[in-house]
Write a protein that binds this ligand. Structure first.
Ligand code: ADP
Ligand code: GLC
Length: 496
């Protein structure tokens, strides 16, 4: 088997071109890390109309994408490269589907044709391989948006020689979103109704794309080990726990990495002052600038607690809201950056207006502020109800900002709880998502900042030395890729 693999990675969002969450960070970083290991990687995503094509090359000739009863759709394809790399990225241009304001929704409403938009992306990625003569060894799909690809490889494209070597991997970044649609998508995929059954795609007489992807992929990965075991339970499986258990033999947990070129206090150009584990003076400047920016009193005698994230149930925002009164009584300041559920946007804005001496919020998406909060805070709040991996708590570690987390998924796998006897640890953890547990853990962290500064500093050092690099993660994927290829070859050999 050739050691250098041809890898096709498809995702609905990729940094720096389009992002709503961590999937984009992963889809932008993993391909580069795989390339560094010596593989030929290409990435495919939609050309949302927010993506400027000035620096991209339009490939010659329109590309046909067969969409079953809807006929063949003709799309343009732009080619670019992931920044600072030679990894090609292809943008599928089809105005009817992607010429809109949002990626998945507008004003809180999902687009009604999301099934066709992403079945189209999945098929276009397959067609693109044919168009450019790329014969993948690995087709790597991400989340429900591209989960149809393992299915397509095994059915619609089973006899297509472009894919004769291809094994498939599906990464689940979030089990909550499964791509549940009207069953007519079977015809759009052109895969045959025999695949509409409870072991593959069917759920409550509709289509569940993630379910079909799990059934058909040669390997399924999740973005932390703990999450890989959690999704076998009703609390985290969102109805697919039994299906996951059926396929547990091909399930792996591979922790995400961090792009330290972007998220390091030594080099970050977006923060007011750089700093390092050996010279933390810049962090104090970052803190006072952050307080100034958010209109909080510039105090160095209280800890500053930051939050960055989607205002979604997953992130524990209801828990924070239910605990807010207690939190406001602590000798600390709190800053929240986020956007999402309307009630939360209103609630946290109101708290900020009423308690402007200790609480501030910014409703919106702002990368610069996210960097400033990571750098200028002493503590980082991430009380997620579930968290497949979570990136912000890992970014926090890099800036010596100690995370307060619920011990779930990637949060549990990346954060070491404080041990008051030894002073070791990188953060503060709690198990049960109750206001009481959250309050006491935040209080514990605030008290540690006030009363045991030597321990706090020791933890900051430990946090800043911790490394979660992409090379390690890419090697994990590489191992899975070789395993699935080997298994496919072995099966073919035994069948002959
Ligand atoms: P998820 O993918 O579930 O949203 P992650 O922690 O994996 O959670 O990734 C979230 C990413 O999105 C991080 O890079 C974080 O900095 C960024 N992010 C989330 N909300 C905002 C915001 N309001 N402004 C800027 N960046 C944000
Ligand atoms: C998802 C998860 C998050 C993870 C990210 C990237 O959006 O919610 O925990 O870090 O994907 O894998």
């Amino acid at each position: 088997m050739n050691k250098s693999l041809n890898i096709l990675i498809a995702a609905s969002e990729v940094v720096p071109f389009a992002k709503t969450g961590g999937l984009a960070d992963v889809a932008g970083a993993l391909p580069k890390a795989l390339k560094k290991l010596g593989h030929n990687v290409i990435v495919v995503m939609p050309r949302y109309y927010s993506i400027d094509t000035a620096e991209l090359t339009l490939l010659e000739g329109a590309m046909g994408v067969p969409m079953g009863p809807m006929g063949e759709f003709w799309s343009g394809v732009y080619e670019g490269a992931l920044p600072n790399s030679e990894v090609p990225i292809y943008f599928i241009d089809y105005e009817t589907f992607y010429g809109r304001k949002g990626l998945y929704e507008e004003d809180g409403f999902s687009y009604a044709d999301n099934d066709n938009r992403f079945l189209f992306l999945s098929k276009a990625a397959m067609q693109l391989c044919k168009k450019i003569g790329f014969k993948p060894d690995i087709i790597h799909a991400n989340d429900w948006h591209t989960a149809a690809m393992p299915l397509l490889r095994n059915t619609r494209y089973a006899w297509d020689e472009t894919f004769e070597n291809a094994a498939t991997v599906l990464t689940i970044h979030n089990m909550q979103h499964q791509g549940y649609f009207f069953k007519g998508g079977i015809d759009v995929m052109e895969i045959g109704w025999e695949h509409f059954n409870p072991h593959e795609l069917e759920i409550h007489d509709g289509l569940n794309l993630l379910k079909g992807g799990i059934a058909h992929a040669d390997a399924v990965t999740t973005v932390s080990r703990k999450y890989a075991s959690e999704i076998k339970t009703p609390e985290f499986g969102f109805g697919l726990q039994e299906h996951i258990k059926t396929h547990a033999h091909k399930l792996y947990g591979i922790l995400n990495g961090v792009d330290y070129e972007e998220w390091s206090p030594e080099v970050d150009p977006m923060i007011p002052a750089n700093f390092s584990v050996d010279d933390m003076s810049g962090k104090a400047i970052c803190k006072s600038e952050l307080q100034k920016r958010f209109g909080l009193p510039e105090r160095d005698d209280v800890p500053l607690i930051g939050f960055v994230g989607r205002f979604a149930e997953q992130k524990g925002i209801e828990l924070i809201a239910d605990t807010i009164e207690g939190l406001l009584h602590l000798d600390a300041q709190i800053i929240m950056l986020g956007t999402g559920e309307k009630w939360a946007e209103g609630f946290f804005s109101k708290v900020a207006a009423q308690h402007s001496d200790r609480f501030a919020s910014f409703i919106g998406y702002n990368n610069e502020l996210a960097h400033m909060i990571e750098a200028g805070s002493d503590l980082f709040l991430m009380p997620s109800l579930f968290e497949p991996c979570g990136l912000n708590q890992i970014y926090s570690l890099s800036y010596g900002t100690l995370p307060i987390v619920r011990a779930t998924g990637g949060l549990d796998d990346t954060i070491e709880n404080y041990d008051p006897h030894t002073g070791s640890g990188t953060g503060f953890k709690f198990d049960y998502p109750t206001p009481d547990a959250l309050y006491h853990t935040v209080r514990w962290s605030v008290d540690t900042w006030h009363q045991n500064r030597p321990h706090f500093h020791a933890m900051q050092r430990e946090a800043m030395y911790a490394r979660f690099d992409w090379e390690q993660a890419a090697k994990g994927y590489e191992t899975v890729y070789f395993k699935v290829l080997f298994d496919r070859k072995a099966k073919e050999f035994l069948a002959d």
